[in-house]
Design a protein around this ligand. Structure first.
Ligand code: 5GP
Ligand code: ZN
Length: 119
């Protein structure tokens, strides 16, 4: 598994830094955001260190597909209200101008009753 020594999300995925885990399998890890914007706010990351969406290629297609499918499943499990009245938002900040602060690919999954702090 490729990891980056100084990456906080690699350390969360390996358990070296504690987090409130939502889900784990051999490829993916999900955990609650430390500063939630909304009643439901968790992050889905690949265990493999990919810095951002700017580095993904065709070889990552099935991994990204699994992240999307998992986002919808976990959103409901974590308390997002059902579609269409409820729903959720998936956000993938990419690069500095894209608002990315942690350079390990992550999908924000955000939902629950409004108002939210952001978005
Ligand atoms: P970005 O701005 O890169 O899209 O989002 C990074 C997210 O990671 C932020 O929402 C921030 O609150 C969250 N975050 C940063 N450090 C930690 C941490 O140590 N633990 C957890 N659970 N979330 C973190
Ligand atoms: Zn990493």
């Amino acid at each position: 598994m490729s990891t980056s020594d100084n990456c906080i999300f690699c350390k969360i995925a390996s358990g070296a830094i504690p987090s409130k885990k939502v889900y784990e399998d051999d490829e993916l890890f999900a955990f609650h955001d430390i500063k939630p914007w909304a009643p439901v706010h968790f992050l889905i990351i690949p265990k493999m260190h990919i810095p951002s969406m700017a580095q993904v290629g065709p070889e990552h297609g099935s991994l990204l597909g699994r992240m999307m499918v998992l986002a919808a499943q976990l959103a409901l499990e974590q308390g997002c209200n059902p579609y269409p009245e409820g729903g959720f938002r998936i956000v993938v900040n990419t690069g500095t101008e894209g608002g990315q602060e942690v350079h390990h690919l992550h999908f924000h999954v955000i939902g629950g009753a409004r108002p939210w702090l952001k978005g």
